[in-house]
Design a protein around this ligand. Structure first.
Ligand SMILES: [Zn+2]
Length: 256
């Protein structure tokens, strides 16, 4: 029962994030879609390791695809009250870098222009706006093998995480099988619960310390859930499964 994390040795993202720094000069995704001439010019400036992505602005197409998928997923989460207001942050790995929501944007009306691409150090290499305040948490998880990281503030994860310290253990439910690698309701899903802090690098270190190869998600007390996956679809499924389980456990524990 292994999550996507931990099965791989640490990945050096500087090898994967292959855009030369500053090449794109902070233009928006919309600007990048202006025309083939511009795409070609930018593509020529790319420093690539993956030759398959060089041709015809392949990287730009990849970033656009990931960005569109991310917007769609955030809207679905918002529609289910899992990403209310400006709460939460969301990312997925593309060829050019990590595509992540900008800081402080309303998730119900999120557009592709409110995403940015950052390199392995969190430096914006494409897009306007400031990356999410919790970008370092995303980068830490990606360095351990995640391809998408989703962080949601929901009623049930806020209630349950406030009511537990150290960890929340969930077992006995068929829906556990929706978590990657889990094959039986008898599985014990151990969800670490760490104390909330406004010191994001501290939170990132705490998450790094608590997760194991079998961890699928982490709760920050009174704050929210961070989960991930080998793809955006898998990360989204993990949010759905966890939130279902949190509601079931919460209703049992709070008697309603
Ligand atoms: Zn948060």
């Amino acid at each position: 029962m292994r999550s996507p994390l931990g099965s791989d040795p640490k990945v050096d993202l500087s090898q994967k994030f292959s855009l030369a720094e500053g090449v794109l000069g902070g233009g928006s995704f919309a600007q990048l879609r202006r025309g083939p001439a511009q795409r070609e010019r930018v593509a020529h400036l790319l420093v690539l390791r993956d030759v398959r992505s060089v041709t015809r602005g392949g990287i730009l197409a990849d970033v656009d695809r990931i960005a569109n998928e991310l917007v769609e997923i955030v809207r679905r989460l918002h529609a289910r009250n899992l990403a209310v207001g400006t709460g939460g942050n969301f990312s997925a790995v593309g060829d050019a870098g990590l595509v992540i929501t900008a800081s402080g944007v309303d998730k119900g009306t999120l557009t592709i222009d409110q995403l940015v691409v950052v390199d392995a150090n969190g430096v914006v290499i494409e897009g306007n706006g400031k990356p999410s305040a919790e970008t370092s948490i995303h980068l830490g998880l990606v360095a351990r093998g995640a391809r998408a990281v989703l962080h949601v503030h929901s009623v049930w994860n806020t209630l349950l995480s406030s009511n537990h310290t150290n960890e929340l253990v969930i077992t006995g439910f068929e829906m556990l099988k929706g978590l990657s690698g889990v094959t039986t309701h008898e599985h014990h899903e151990r969800v670490p619960v760490i104390a909330n802090s406004q010191d994001v690098p501290h939170l990132a270190r705490q998450i790094e310390r608590t997760i194991t190869p079998s961890t699928h998600g982490v709760l920050v007390a009174g704050h929210g859930l961070t989960t991930w996956g080998a793809s955006l679809a898998e990360a989204f499924r993990h949010v759905e499964i966890f939130e279902f389980l949190f509601e079931v456990v919460g209703r049992q524990q709070f008697g309603r």
